[in-house]
Design a protein around this ligand. Structure first.
Ligand code: ZN
Length: 167
């Protein structure tokens, strides 16, 4: 997605970087500005205007409740391949409303072992009372479970499974 050369400056407490990326706009060579969070692999804002990119990033940070300070500029530098590979992660896959609801209700963690899950990851929508025992698809019966717990639980009820694990 991102190609070298990319020049970066530090933004915020060093957690965010302003990067420029060469691009083609209306058939002409141009530059795009991006505020990114390399460690989280997140792009906060992209614009052909530096001011807009920074303003967009501030909006995102304010909306997510992250304190933000004024940009602190440092000498631009070429990024290493390692840093770029983090940013080049594929964007999250679309998640159905049902999976999203189950994920949110389970607090983003496996309901049985507490492992944090990625919303677009391979976790299972788990029937606390298995369908084989008459469990329904109603929201109250559904929780998020990691693959390991889902396979271990099999056709037991949630209570049976938790009791067996506690031994
Ligand atoms: Zn689990």
């Amino acid at each position: 997605m991102l190609r070298r050369p990319i020049m970066g400056g530090i933004f915020g407490q060093g957690e965010f970087e302003l990067a420029t990326q060469p691009t083609i706009s209306a058939g002409l060579h141009a530059v795009r500005f991006m505020v990114i969070q390399p460690r989280a692999g997140r792009i906060l804002a992209i614009s052909e205007s530096k001011t807009e990119a920074l303003a967009g990033a501030r909006r995102v940070l304010r909306a997510t409740g992250v304190a933000n300070d004024e940009p602190r500029w440092v000498q631009p530098r070429l990024w290493s391949d390692a840093e770029l590979s983090v940013v080049s992660e594929p964007p999250p896959r679309p998640v159905s409303r049902r999976r999203r609801d189950v994920f949110v209700r389970s607090g983003g963690c496996c309901a049985y072992c507490g492992t944090p899950l990625r919303i677009d990851g391979a976790w299972h929508v788990e029937h606390q009372l298995p369908r084989a025992l008459g469990g329904t698809d109603e929201a109250l019966n559904l929780v998020a479970a990691c693959e390991r717990c889902n396979l271990q639980k099999s056709d037991r009820t949630a209570i049976e499974f938790m009791a067996a694990r506690a031994v």
